[in-house]
Ligand binder design. Structure first.
Ligand code: NAP
Length: 457
C-alpha cells in the first residue's frame, strides 16, 4: 500500500514556497554546459541557428563554461560566421565540474541541461547529481557504456523519485540508431527480429583531424574499463531490470570482415565498443518488460569501401591493435596513447586543432524477420529470420558534431514541448524509451537528417 504524507498547514505552506521558488529560479528552458569544447560549440551554433531561423521557437536558452571569457569569445565567433542574429544577450553561466556549488547554481536555473563536458566517466556523475537535486532534466552525448550503465544502477530510483529524466547518448550515437530502429520496426511488414547497421566511413570513424583528443581520451577510457563494465552490466541486467530477455537459438552472427552489395567492404564494430548495441539492448530489454515486445538483435558494421582501404587498415590494426589494447590497460600506457592520438589512430584523432568537416554520413539498417507476427516474444520458428527483409537509409550532415548537435538540441526541445507524450516520470533512461511516442524523428528531419525506407523483399 502506498504511504501518504500528511502536510500540516504550515508545512504545506513551506513546501508551496519552496516549489514557487524552484519554478521561479528556472530562468531558462535549456542551458548548454561545456560550450567552449568542439562539440559544445557545435551544439551552441546549432541551437542559435535553429532559433534564429524559426525552426525552433519559444525557447529561452543560456550557455555555461568554466571559462566565461572563452565562451563569450566563441559566441562572438559564432555570431560573426553565421546568420544567428545577435548573441550578445545570451547569458554565460560560470560552472566547473570540480565545484559543486557552481554546478548547482547552473542546474537550478534551467529546465533541461545539455552536458557537453566529457569524458563523462570522470565528470558526468557530479553533473547528474546536481541535476537530481535541482529537479533538472539532463541530456548528454555520452558514448561510454560504463558511465551510462553505472548511473542507471546507482541512480535509477532517485531519478524516478525526483521526476528527473536523465538521458545519455542523445548525440548522433546512439539516438540516430534508436530512432531508425523504431522507424524500421513500425514499418516492418511482420515481425522484425534481426537488424544489421552499416555506417559509412565518414559516419563512424571520422576523417583525418575531425575528432578531438577528448573523444580519443574517451575511447581509451572505454577500452580501460571493460572489466568494470562487465561487473556493472551483471548488476544492471540481474538486479535492476525486473525480467531477463528470452534466449534465442537463432543468434545474429557478426563477421569481422564481409562484403555487402550496397556498402562494399565492411568491418564489424567489436561488441565491447559498440555503443549503439549497448543502448539498443537496454531499450529493448525495458520494452520487453513493459510491453512484452520482442527484443530486436543488432550488429553494427563500418563501411570501408574498396579493398584499397581494407588492406592498409587491416595492416594498421594488426600492427597497432594489440599494442593499443595492451597500452590502454595501464595508466602510463594510456598516457602514451593519449600523447600521440594521430599516430595510433591512423590520423582520425588529433591533439592540434581538430576541425568539423563538411562530410555527410549514411547509415543503412537492414532488418530481417518473419512475415507473420509471432504469438509471443519467446516464440522462435525453425527457419532463421529472413522471410522478409527491409532496409532503411539514414542520411545527414557530418556525423560526430553537426548531426549530433541537431539530435541533442531537438531532444531537449522535444522533452520540453512534448513532456505529456513521455510516459516516464523520471529515471536513467535511453533515447529510444523516452522519445518513442514523440515527434523527435520528424523534428530532426527538419534539420537535414533523412530516414527513407529503401526496399522491402
Ligand atoms: N555521441 C556523440 O555523437 C559524440 C560526438 C562528439 C563528441 N562526443 C563526446 O563529447 C565529449 C566532449 O568532446 P569534445 O570533442 O567536445 O571535447 P573538448 O573539445 O575537449 O571539450 C571539452 C569541454 O569540456 C570542458 N571541461 C573540461 N573539464 C571541465 C571542468 N572541470 N568543468 C567544466 N568544464 C570542463 C572544456 O572546457 P575548456 O574549454 O575550458 O577546456 C570544454 O568545453 C567527449 O566525451 C566525446 O566522446 C560524443
Amino acid at each position: 500500500m502506498r504511504s501518504c504524507i500528511c502536510l500540516s498547514p504550515s508545512n504545506g505552506f513551506q513546501v508551496f514556497v519552496i516549489l514557487v521558488m524552484m519554478i521561479h529560479r528556472k530562468k531558462y528552458d535549456i542551458v548548454i554546459f561545456g560550450g567552449t569544447g568542439l562539440t559544445g560549440r557545435a551544439v551552441v551554433e546549432d541551437l542559435a541557428l535553429s532559433v534564429s531561423s524559426g525552426k525552433t521557437s519559444g525557447i529561452s536558452w543560456a550557455v555555461s563554461a568554466r571559462n566565461c571569457e572563452k565562451m563569450v569569445k566563441i559566441l562572438h565567433e559564432i555570431q560573426d560566421s553565421n546568420e544567428t542574429g545577435d548573441l550578445s544577450n545570451i547569458t554565460v553561466i560560470e560552472a566547473d565540474v570540480k565545484d559543486e556549488t557552481s554546478l548547482r547554481r547552473m542546474t537550478q536555473q534551467t529546465r533541461v541541461l545539455i552536458n557537453c563536458v566529457g569524458p563523462f566517466k570522470s565528470t558526468g556523475e557530479a553533473v547528474i547529481l546536481s541535476c537530481l537535486s535541482t529537479h533538472t532534466h539532463y541530456l548528454d552525448m555520452s558514448t561510454e557504456s560504463v558511465f551510462l550503465e553505472r548511473m542507471q544502477v546507482k541512480y535509477c530510483l532517485s531519478a524516478e523519485e525526483a521526476g528527473v529524466l536523465v538521458v545519455g547518448s542523445c548525440g548522433s550515437k546512439s539516438l540516430v540508431c534508436e530512432l531508425g530502429l523504431q522507424f524500421l520496426q513500425k514499418n516492418f511488414p511482420g515481425e522484425l527480429v534481426w537488424t544489421e547497421s552499416f555506417g559509412s566511413d565518414s559516419g563512424h570513424s571520422g576523417h583525418s583531424d575531425s575528432m578531438s583528443c577528448m573523444t580519443w581520451d574517451t575511447l581509451l577510457g572505454v577500452m580501460a574499463s571493460s572489466r568494470e563494465l562487465r561487473r556493472i552490466r551483471k548488476t544492471l541486467f540481474e538486479s535492476v531490470f525486473e525480467k531477463k530477455t528470452p534466449k534465442y537459438r537463432h543468434k545474429l552472427k557478426s563477421h569481422s570482415f564481409r562484403s555487402h552489395p550496397l556498402n562494399g567492404w565492411l568491418v564489424c564494430v567489436p561488441p565491447s565498443y559498440d555503443i549503439d548495441s549497448d543502448v539498443v539492448r537496454r531499450t529493448q530489454t525495458q520494452s520487453y518488460i513493459d510491453n512484452n515486445s520482442r527484443p530486436v538483435q543488432l550488429v553494427s558494421y563500418v563501411t570501408l569501401g574498396s579493398w584499397f582501404r581494407l588492406i592498409p587498415l587491416s595492416l594498421h590494426t594488426l600492427l597497432f591493435g594489440p599494442l593499443i589494447f595492451l597500452l590502454s590497460s595501464f595508466s602510463s600506457g594510456r598516457s602514451i596513447l593519449s600523447c600521440f592520438p594521430r599516430f595510433f589512430s591512423w590520423g582520425s584523432f588529433s591533439r592540434t586543432g581538430p576541425s568539423i568537416t563538411t562530410s555527410n554520413f549514411e547509415v543503412v539498417l537492414v532488418g530481417k524477420g518473419y512475415l507473420t507476427e509471432l504469438n509471443t516474444p519467446e516464440e522462435e520458428p525453425v527457419p532463421p529470420p529472413g522471410e522478409v527483409t527491409m532496409s532503411l537509409r539514414i542520411k545527414g550532415p557530418e556525423y560526430a558534431h553537426r548531426t549530433a548537435s541537431s539530435c541533442i538540441n531537438q531532444a531537449a526541445v522535444t522533452l520540453l514541448k512534448e513532456r505529456d507524450k513521455i510516459r516516464f516520470r523520471g529515471g536513467i533512461l535511453t533515447p529510444g524509451l523516452v522519445f518513442r511516442e514523440t515527434s523527435l524523428r520528424q523534428r530532426i528531419q527538419k534539420h537535414g537528417i533523412s530516414f527513407d525506407i529503401l526496399n522491402s523483399i
